[in-house]
Write a protein that binds this ligand. Structure first.
Ligand code: ARG
Length: 460
């Protein structure tokens, strides 16, 4: 217990259990110890405690760090303290005796927990970014194989215009790229040191916050002690970034579910990333994709939860803020698990170009191309649209497809069709024509793919 002096009794057991955060904040144990090492060194460096005391404390903390990473506590759930800060201090006192009590000079748990959380999220965020990169790589690898694979592009879930599969997959590459940019931008703000703010008002000791920031790899020192102990924007912001990642994953997951149906048959999942049914022997289900889609609910929920937790809090620290951790930790665990599973599923799925192409047959998806042909020859696009609408209607009435129309058939609808190329109704010609920047022409998608590969390479 770190605060017994003014109390006649300890807390009721039920209250101690209710206020305890050790079950979840112990995942910041390593960060807590590293933060304390930096703080102890600073205290020694500034002469706030003696050099010898600082060295003893640092050695004691290093022993705890070792016990957490490789030793007796490395595989153990920590218990017996009200939070991770108290737990570490208790271990230090066991090892060092009274000198351990000097560590908490010029520090409060309020600036300490803010520091631990920032360190933990910064480091976990970096690992998460690497995971996103892996997923991008899987998308890029598939895209390289499918620059010429044509499938129906849809709007309103209706066949609209043909696109190439690489184009479709790279759309997700860019979504994830923006997620990563958001993460990098967030990193600038999370990487500011709160320690030295004290409980709320700053410290009367000659602390050296820049020294601590430098030790812990922070880019700077918080400007306002009240803000430093009570700001959780960095939690909210990360929860929001993760929610957007979850949206992107969920959309891809939905497409995988759809494409994996008998009706579509656009993909085939390897047995290693699919699951069966306990009753229907024939089933092979895309559970992984369904779970990725389903888990978005709790990720959105955590964003809402941290927003609401913070909205009514007066400055500075309030214990409500202890509620931020389970939310953001679960968001991280969940979205990280989703990215890992999704990457594996992408690696273990096979696309079916034959099925995709067959889906474009007779789907009228080159109608725009036929109208564009007339428009390029000077016919106002509105009139061309009307002519082709008429062609489609006639085909539907006669149970025919656009592809089945001969040059003579077309000419009956408009004399300009005399000059129409033979492949005017082909999906291959349609995609080839869409050379505008960002368009689906294989050459243009190849350029896009090169750009994506450059981005991935620049970071490695
Ligand atoms: N367990 C707290 C948290 O998670 C840290 C201690 C905060 N300080 C306090 N006076 N209760 O935020």
């Amino acid at each position: 217990m770190l605060w017994g002096g003014r109390f006649e009794s300890g807390p009721d057991a039920a209250i101690a259990a209710f206020t305890n955060s050790l079950p979840f904040d112990q995942r910041m144990a390593v960060q807590d110890v590293r933060g304390s090492i930096a703080h102890a060194r600073m205290l020694g460096h500034q002469g706030i405690i003696s050099g010898d005391e600082a060295a003893q404390i640092e050695a004691g903390l290093r022993a705890i760090l070792h016990s957490l990473t490789e030793g007796e506590y490395s595989r153990q759930r920590l218990t017996g303290a009200e939070d991770i800060h108290s737990w570490v201090e208790a271990r230090l006192r066991e090892n060092l005796g009274p000198v351990a009590g000097k560590l908490h000079t010029a520090r409060s748990r309020n600036d300490q927990v803010a520091t631990d959380t920032r360190l933990y999220l910064r480091e976990t965020g970096d690992g998460f970014d690497a995971q996103l990169r892996e997923m991008q790589q899987a998308l890029v690898d598939h895209a390289g194989e499918h620059l010429e694979t044509i499938l129906p592009g849809t709007t309103h879930m209706q066949h609209a215009q043909p696109v190439v599969l690489a184009h479709h997959l790279l759309a997700y590459f860019w979504m994830i790229q923006r997620d990563r940019e958001r993460l990098q931008d967030w990193r600038k703000r999370v990487n500011i040191l709160p320690l030295g703010a004290g409980a709320l008002a700053g410290s009367p000791y000659p602390v050296n916050r820049a020294f601590v920031a430098n030790e812990l790899g922070f880019d700077g020192v918080g400007e306002n002690s009240l803000d430093n102990v009570s700001d959780r924007d960095f939690v909210i912001e990360l929860a929001a970034v993760l929610a957007v990642v979850a949206v992107h994953l969920s959309r891809l997951a939905e497409e995988i579910c759809l494409w994996n149906t008998r009706e579509f048959g656009f993909i085939e999942l390897d047995d290693s990333v699919a699951t069966g049914s306990s009753i229907m022997p024939q089933k092979k289900n895309p559970d992984v994709a369904e779970l990725v889609r389903g888990k978005t609910g709790r990720v959105f929920g955590h964003l809402q939860s941290v927003l609401v937790t913070m909205k009514g809090l007066p400055l500075a620290f309030n214990s409500d803020m202890q509620e931020d951790k389970e939310a953001i930790f679960d968001s991280l665990d969940t979205v990280s698990g989703c990215v890992g599973a999704m990457t594996l599923m992408l690696r273990k799925c096979r696309f079916r170009p034959d099925r995709m192409l067959r889906a474009t047959e007779g789907d009228f998806s080159t109608a725009t191309d036929i109208a564009d042909f007339l428009a390029i020859r000077g016919i106002p696009f509105r009139d061309a649209h009307e002519v082709v609408g008429h062609i489609v209607k006639t085909c539907e009435e006669q149970g025919r497809t656009l592809e089945s129309l001969s040059a003579a058939d077309l000419k009956a609808f408009h004399p300009e069709f005399e000059h129409a190329p033979a492949d005017i109704t082909s999906v291959a010609a349609s995609v080839r024509a869409r050379k505008s920047p960002g368009g689906t022409a294989p050459d243009e998608v190849r350029r896009q793919l090169t750009r994506a590969e450059e981005i991935l390479q620049a970071e490695s």
